[in-house]
Design a protein around this ligand. Structure first.
Ligand code: 3PG
Ligand code: MG
Length: 396
């Protein structure tokens, strides 16, 4: 594995440092509702600022088609400033005169956020002219946005090709954790994959079975596998047209010596509703008129036993409908067990993906996992074994 240049190699004093961060944070009525991504990039901002660099933050927000005030980063600049405990200036364009003026008025150690890079079509097209416009504003480039590294955009990929590029501290921590999770893990490795649909995770499952020693499948997607093995899943969510795909994944796992762990029981209800009356059935006795909404306690026992056998755990996706209690119990129990094994020094645990972070937060264990990635799509693409353009461009 090629090493990355990090801030240890960067001479930032007096330099204009273009720092790509992921500030694509959830917002409601102009307020940030979850500041995790902001918190994650503070160490890099502080370090460059403390070393006397001029910090110029580049970020996208939402998926605007052209300039759209609803997708302005201005309120986010205020939030970053609050969390940083330091003024963050804002320029209402990321290129051109407004940006150049804001940059030239920066003193060493000061911080500036430029407006949403996606207000310009050149960002997503990775247009060389747009890259050039951005590059004019900086002397060096730091990428601290792993969660946007699956995009080959101007600010995530193009800039690393034209300016000296370095991984920021969060990018560095992320790459380090991911290497420990799958590329050079301590074995045995167990993966837990949950979530609603097999269709969105076919590539991921096919890659994982060749890399891990055991694969736990939970959530709605487990129903597709259960159905494929010839059992009845009643009214459960299941992609029955993917039975052949599920069987192919099971076959591939067998060839690769990867154990597949499917639920042996399911918590069932008549309706998808919080607090719905429910009962646990063996997986071969799911009633015709009910749906599986969570893994049952015997399945949790098997999952926990698999965690006990593992030195490394990679987790993506909840095991049940964790957003509607009591169908969160399977996910919570397994997450707490993994957290305890990690605390005891027995397990390296790496988790990621949007729903996964929400589920682990809900279980109250995020702090106890070895690493929880805030990346959604980028984490999935990494699990699929794909090269991430933003990461590749940083390789020294
Ligand atoms: C994310 O929120 O997952 C990243 O910021 C990437 O956003 P995108 O999916 O709009 O590229
Ligand atoms: Mg997204």
């Amino acid at each position: 594995m090629t090493a990355f240049r990090t801030l240890d190699q960067a001479d930032v004093k007096g330099k204009r440092v273009l720092v790509r961060v992921d500030l694509n944070v959830p917002m409601e009525n102009g307020r940030v509702t979850d500041a995790t991504r902001i918190e994650r990039v503070l160490p890099t901002i502080r370090e460059i600022s403390d070393k006397g660099g001029k910090v110029i933050l580049l970020a996208h927000f939402g998926r605007p088609k052209g300039r759209d005030p609803k997708e302005s980063l201005k309120p986010v600049a205020e939030a970053v400033s609050q969390h940083l405990g330091k003024t963050v200036a804002f320029a209402d364009d990321c290129i051109g005169e407004a940006a150049a003026n804001a940059v030239s008025s920066l003193k060493d150690g000061e911080v500036l956020l430029l407006e949403n890079t996606r207000f310009h079509a050149g960002e997503e097209k990775n247009d060389p002219d747009f890259v050039k416009e951005l590059a004019k504003l900086g002397d060096i480039y730091v990428n601290d946005a792993f969660s946007a590294a699956h995009r080959a955009h101007a600010s995530t990929e193009g800039l690393a090709r034209v300016l000296p590029g370095y991984a920021g501290r969060t990018m560095q921590a992320e790459l380090d954790a991911l290497t420990k999770g799958l590329e050079a893990p301590k074995r045995p490795v167990v993966a837990i994959v949950g979530g609603a649909k097999v269709s969105s995770k076919i590539d991921l499952l096919e890659n994982l079975v060749t890399k891990v020693d055991a694969l736990v499948i939970g959530g709605g997607m487990a129903n597709t596998f259960v159905h494929a093995t010839g059992l009845n899943v009643g009214k459960s969510l299941a992609e029955k047209d993917l039975a052949a795909t599920a069987m192919r994944i099971i076959e591939k796992a067998r060839e690769a010596n990867c154990a597949i762990i499917l639920p042996v029981d399911g918590v069932c209800a008549y309706e998808f509703k919080a607090g719905a009356h429910n009962h646990t059935y063996g997986i071969d006795a799911i009633p015709e008129d009910q749906m599986i909404l969570d893994v049952g306690s015997q399945s949790v026992e098997r999952i926990n036993a698999a965690i006990n056998d593992a030195a490394t755990l990679v987790w993506n996706g909840p095991l049940g409908a964790f957003e509607i209690p009591p169908f969160d119990q399977g996910t919570v129990a397994a997450a707490r067990h993994a957290a305890q094994r990690t605390k005891d020094g027995k397990l390296v645990s790496v988790a990621g993906g949007g729903d996964t972070v929400a589920a682990l937060n809900h279980a109250g264990v995020t702090e106890n996992f070895s690493y929880v990635s805030t990346a959604g799509g980028a984490f999935l693409e990494w699990l699929e074994g794909k090269a991430l353009p933003g990461v590749e461009a940083l390789r020294a």
